[in-house]
Design a protein around this ligand. Structure first.
Ligand SMILES: [Zn+2]
Length: 166
C-alpha cells in the first residue's frame, strides 16, 4: 500500500466513527443524513492527505494545484467575461485568466514551505479543523454538529502526522 493510500484509508476509518454517530442521531432525517455523510467524508478524506501538499511530488500537491487552477481561472474569467462584448475581448479574457492562473499556481508552488515542515504540524491541523467547523456551521447551522465535524477533520489531519512518524 502506498503511503498516500494508507493515509486515505486511515482518514476513512476515522470518518466511519463519525458517521456511526451521525446515523444513530439523524437516521430519521435521511436528507440531512446524506448531506452530513458527504460533507464529513470530504473533510476527513481531504484532511488525511492535506499535510502532503508541502511535498511537490505528491498527489495531494497536484490535486491542490488543480483545484486552485480551476477555481482561479473560473473566477477571473467569470469576472472579465461579464464585460466582454466581442469575440476579441472574450479571447483576451481567456488569455488574461490563464496568465493570472499560472501566476497564482507558480506563487503557491514557490512559497510552499519545505516538506514535513510547518504544514506537518498539529497547529496547522487545528487551523484546518477550525476552518471545517466554520464551513460546517454555515452549511448546517448547528453548533454541536459543526464542532464534531471540525473535530473529526482535525483527527484525520492528525492521523496523517502520526502515520508519518510510524
Ligand atoms: Zn506526510
Amino acid at each position: 500500500m502506498s503511503s498516500h493510500t494508507a493515509h486515505e484509508a486511515l482518514g476513512v476509518v476515522i470518518w466511519l466513527f463519525f458517521i456511526a454517530y451521525a446515523v444513530m442521531k439523524y437516521y430519521s432525517n435521511l436528507e440531512k443524513l446524506i448531506l452530513i455523510t458527504i460533507v464529513s467524508f470530504l473533510f476527513c478524506y481531504i484532511g488525511s492527505t492535506l499535510p502532503d501538499i508541502d511535498n511537490k511530488k505528491s498527489r495531494a500537491f497536484r490535486r491542490m494545484n488543480f483545484f486552485i487552477a480551476v477555481g482561479v481561472f473560473s473566477a477571473v474569467f467569470y469576472y472579465l467575461s461579464k464585460t466582454a462584448s466581442s469575440l476579441e475581448k472574450a479571447v483576451i479574457s481567456v488569455i488574461v485568466s490563464a496568465l493570472i492562473t499560472l501566476g497564482v499556481v507558480l506563487t503557491v508552488t514557490f512559497i510552499m514551505p519545505r516538506h514535513r515542515g510547518p504544514i506537518h504540524s498539529f497547529k496547522t491541523g487545528m487551523i484546518y479543523g477550525l476552518f471545517v467547523l466554520i464551513i460546517s456551521f454555515f452549511i448546517f447551522r448547528n453548533y454541536l454538529l459543526a464542532v464534531l465535524i471540525g473535530f473529526f477533520a482535525f483527527l484525520s489531519f492528525a492521523s496523517h502526522l502520526l502515520l508519518d512518524k510510524a
